[in-house]
Ligand binder design. Structure first.
Ligand SMILES: [Zn+2]
Length: 318
């Protein structure tokens, strides 16, 4: 089992997700420059091949095969810390990375958070980095009904409190199309490259959202559930593994990548998939019984395999 777990995976990729890099540890969705450096060194020392999102797109289109142990590095939100702390380390190691940009926040400082400038992006683009769309101005959540749990405004119709009604399907589609078109247009006019990739804010997506994105020419869309990318992956729901927080030491990073690939190997075989699901089901039942009996305090899981927690609203964003 040990050998199977650590076996190099081939023709698959694990896409990593980061957000903010901050020398002051402890902020949510943030790691220190030092830990990020350790992540990069751990990847290289353990024989991982970092490929670009462009190469991943070629793989998904069947144009190329991937090297063994392929990893992709992505960032969300376009924080300026990417230029200050990540870029010099990536460039020194000749490692490509992609940042998904909130175009309406370029060159701004909002709630103490600084965002990249177009000049910085152009400089980094000339040195192996790439920049694609996150959203133009829809990086927030809103309820779909009065008093409802807020959801991504791009993935869902929203409640219009002033008019005391849900927006119509037509209004929703127009709002989303305007946002995605504006983001793509400004990125292409500033960076002079096709901006056909997008990371869904909060990883949330919906059928209409994918349909609208597709009609506007977006071809590769990223979400936040942790799984490997294979030749069969739906290019509109590309999974990513959220590793950009202080809890992910470099040894954890390597373990999580291998676990993700190992899980893919398991669930690709029907018998093993059945056993894996049985294990998860049994674990859930046992934990449920323990919780019901009061013998087990609710635990915070180290990470969630299918979690959709990434890219939360950071302090000062509201
Ligand atoms: Zn985001």
């Amino acid at each position: 089992m040990h050998a199977l777990f650590w076996a190099p995976y081939a023709n698959e990729a694990v896409v990593l997700l980061y957000h903010q890099i901050d020398p002051v540890p402890g902020a949510p969705y943030s790691i220190t420059p030092r830990l990020f450096k350790e992540h990069l060194d751990a990847l290289l020392q353990n024989g991982y091949n970092v490929i670009s999102t462009g190469e991943l797109a070629d793989f998904l289109e069947g144009k190329i095969l991937l090297p063994e142990k392929a990893v992709v590095i992505t960032f969300d939100d376009g924080y300026r810390s990417f230029y200050r702390y990540a870029y010099p380390e990536l460039k020194a190691r000749k490692i490509p990375a992609t940042n998904f940009i909130i175009t309406s926040r370029v060159d701004k400082k909002i709630g103490g958070l600084e965002y990249l400038t177009w000049d910085e992006m152009r400089e980094m683009q000339a040195n192996g980095m790439s920049f694609y769309v996150h959203t133009d101005h829809s990086h927030h959540r809103a309820p779909a009904a009065a008093g409802d749990h807020p959801k991504s405004v791009l993935a869902h119709r929203i409640w219009l409190p002033g008019e005391n009604r849900l927006e119509t399907e037509e209004e929703y589609r127009q709002r989303v199309a305007d946002d995605l078109a504006a983001a793509r247009n400004v990125m292409e006019s500033q960076l002079h490259r096709p901006a056909t990739q997008i990371a869904w804010p909060y990883g949330e997506h919906s059928e209409p959202l994918i349909e609208i994105a597709q009609s506007l020419g977006y071809r590769f869309c990223y979400t936040t559930h942790g799984a490997t990318v294979t030749a069969k992956t739906d290019p509109f729901i590309i999974p990513r593994l959220d590793v950009g927080n202080a809890g992910v030491m470099s040894a954890d990073l390597i373990w999580r990548i291998q676990y993700t690939a190992f899980k893919e190997r398991l669930i690709s075989r029907p018998v093993l998939r059945f056993l894996y699901n049985l294990y998860r089901w049994t674990k859930r039942v046992v934990l449920g019984l323990r919780n019901a009996a009061g013998t087990e305090k609710p635990r915070v899981l180290l990470f969630s395999i299918s979690g959709n927690q990434s890219c939360q609203t950071l302090p000062g964003f509201r």
